[in-house]
Design a protein around this ligand. Sequence first.
Ligand SMILES: [Zn+2]
Length: 258
Amino acid sequence: MLLDRGFIRLSHGPRENHTRPAIDPLFRSAAIAYGPAVVGVILTGQLDDGTAGLLAVKDRGGTAIVQEPSEATAPSMPESALAHVKVDYRCTLEEMASIFVDLANDDPVPTGEVQLDELIEVENRIAEGIFTVEDWWKIEKLSIPCGLNCPVCRSALYEIRDSRMLRFRCRAGHAYSVESLMAEQADCRETQLSGLFGALTEEATLARRVRDGPTYRERDKLREGLNAKIARIELESDQVCGWLRALTGLVQPDPDER
Ligand SMILES: [Zn+2]
């Protein structure tokens, strides 16, 4: 979901922080469309979504408001915003209402100081899904290769040149904050481990079927070999299960607590 002057636009651009609609491209588009009139508000939420967008709001002269993390159900998003953005208001939800009224009644004051304009505009075109090869060359000029690959499309990831916040974009346009990239990498590892578990189970299933079939039923030596193979695969499967449990933090429920 993006803003244009007088319009709300739904786009099919690349996902940002594995999400669409996402808060960062929304804030970026609002900053371009309305500049100093924008009030960006970060409330409770997981990871660090919203920080990059709030920086764009500030760059274009807008106002940044962040919920007091101690009262947030999930303080991660407000904490990230406070760590990276010079916010105008850090306040509770109760205090926020009167601030909104005051801001709505005041005319926005243009600040004049605008940074990273070209980057904001190119990133907005990426979010709109209308970026071109020329836009990519601009992104490449404003970023450096980081030696990592996008967990979604496996194309090269580039680190955006912005000393205020570490973030990344791939050649297909997927964008990540640090927290979202780490979460995506963990998801990728979970998918690969699940695939490995599936491959081992299939191998064991075939070996069991062959062992119990007519060809091997009377051939003890061959059955012994298959039994050893099955035992080895099942041992490896248990190891993979352990890695998956460690990754996802899942534990066997305690029967007494049911
Ligand atoms: Zn990608």
